[in-house]
Design a protein around this ligand. Structure first.
Ligand code: HAM
Length: 423
């Protein structure tokens, strides 16, 4: 029986992998331009980290984590997101003692056992950034500007930025009281999940997609009315800083996000044409998280973006780059005796950075030319016994079939020149 990749995972084949590399290069350049160094944390962590960090009553922790006992009976979890790990590492390595604010970026696979659909996978990749140790609204605006710069750099447009403030624990507990009081008499009308949320995590009801729950919360007291002075003025400052940059955004008072660590500013970047899974990135402030995982009170903020959704957006907007990665030259070998010379020639070309493929099975010239054609090489170098005897090679330009002889000694230089001319 054939074994396929697990549901919700994908293989990234060579033609797609070059797009991933292009994305990674572009994203890193933007991160570096904002002063974010890279951090690489483990793919799995102690389960406790996510349970405490993300929140016991979130969908992620309740239903979606890949958790297992290791051979020592310890509970481990494949990371469902990057923020908790970055915070753990920040504390473990006392990064706070280094000069200035800690600014880190990451790139890598995350795991959530969700129901797979277009744009939603069980293993997906995120790039993200976290800033620790600064509570100024300037950082909130900087993080949002950074996220949007990445998309702009890739030539994307029509993306929407939605922002909101979920307040601090004080304003949120007042809001929770009010919404529970408002919704409790109507709890029978809520969907099953929201009925549970009403007890455990009422804020999440604002995020429910069910039209009935939406209708009920439309009329409920809004979170914005419960923000304390400090949270209110922080949010006002963030908005005016974004206005300063002419960065367009919409305030979405329903935006609460799916992780419990958020405080004050939250945001998402949406590309509507992606359908149900249209958030290309999301993030926000988490001023209580460092303490939650055992550190001193430390403000934090960050975002993460889905790479697969970015690729879907690039595809939809016709912005996927064409990247040449296949061989430029095919070294065709006729018979066995020219093999050594051909191999040496191929190695010389590779040393110069020319992408070179060589015939390995001494097939007929016709078969070799067919392969070269399929590989879409620009030049074929032909080496048979005749050529070896005369110290020459044949060079064929694939675009027009023109073929000529070259002295073996000057072949590498001429091929290099010819390829430069072809670009
Ligand atoms: P998140 O909203 O859960 O936030 O995920 C961020 C982004 O990852 C989403 O906007 C989406 O593009 C992508 N994503 C999430 N789940 C999936 C999935 N199952 N399949 C494909 N793509 C997915 C976080 O992860 C937070 N750690 C963000 C953050 C960083 N907040 C502060 N710092």
């Amino acid at each position: 029986m054939r074994i396929n990749a697990p549901k919700g995972t994908q293989d990234i084949l060579p033609e797609a992998a070059v797009i991933w590399q292009w994305i990674e290069e572009n994203v890193r350049q933007v991160f570096f331009s904002y002063g974010f160094g890279e951090i690489r944390t483990p793919i799995f962590e102690q389960t406790q980290l996510f349970a405490r960090g993300i929140g016991e009553t979130t969908d992620i922790v309740e239903k979606e984590m890949y958790t297992f006992l290791d051979k020592g009976g310890r509970s481990m979890t494949l990371r469902p997101e990057g923020t908790a790990s970055v915070v753990r590492s920040y504390l473990e390595h006392n990064l706070a003692s280094r000069a200035g604010v800690t600014k880190l970026h990451y790139f890598g696979p995350m795991f959530r056992q969700e129901k797979p659909q277009a744009g939603r996978y069980r293993q997906f990749n995120q790039f993200g950034a976290e800033v620790l140790g600064e509570d100024s609204p300037l950082v909130d605006a900087e993080i949002i500007a950074l996220a949007t710069d990445i998309y702009r750099r890739m030539g994307l447009d029509n993306l929407e930025v939605r922002i909101n403030s979920v307040g601090c624990t004080v304003c949120r507990s007042k809001f929770k009281e009010a919404i529970v009081e408002y919704l409790s008499p109507k709890s029978e009308e809520l969907c099953e999940s929201c009925r549970k949320r009403l007890e455990k995590n009422p804020l999440r009801i604002l995020d429910c997609k069910s039209p009935v729950c939406k209708g009920l919360t439309d009329l409920a007291p809004g979170l914005e009315h419960f923000l304390c002075d400090e949270c209110n003025s922080h949010f006002t400052d963030v908005k005016s800083l974004l206005d300063c940059l002419d960065l367009h955004y919409e305030v979405d008072s329903r935006l609460v996000r799916g992780l419990d660590y958020y405080t004050k500013t939250v945001f998402e970047v949406i590309y509507k044409d992606l359908g149900a899974q249209n958030a290309v990135c999301g993030g926000g402030r988490y001023d209580g998280l460092v303490q939650e995982v055992g550190g001193p009170p430390t403000p934090g903020i960050g975002f993460a973006a889905g790479v697969e959704r970015l690729i879907l957006t690039l595809e939809k907007q016709g912005k996927l780059p064409r990247i040449n990665w296949g061989p430029q030259v095919y070294v065709s070998v006729l018979g066995e005796s020219p093999q050594g010379t051909a191999f040496k020639l191929a190695q010389e070309l590779r040393k110069r950075g020319i992408r070179t493929e060589m015939e390995m099975s001494s097939r007929s010239l016709k078969a070799q030319m067919k392969t070269a054609d399929k590989l879409q090489v620009q030049l074929v170098i032909i080496l048979g016994e005749n050529e070896i005897a005369r110290d020459i090679v044949l060079i064929r330009r694939m675009s027009d079939g023109e073929q000529r002889e070259l002295a073996l000694s000057e072949a590498v230089d001429v091929i290099q020149e010819e390829l430069t001319g072809l670009y």
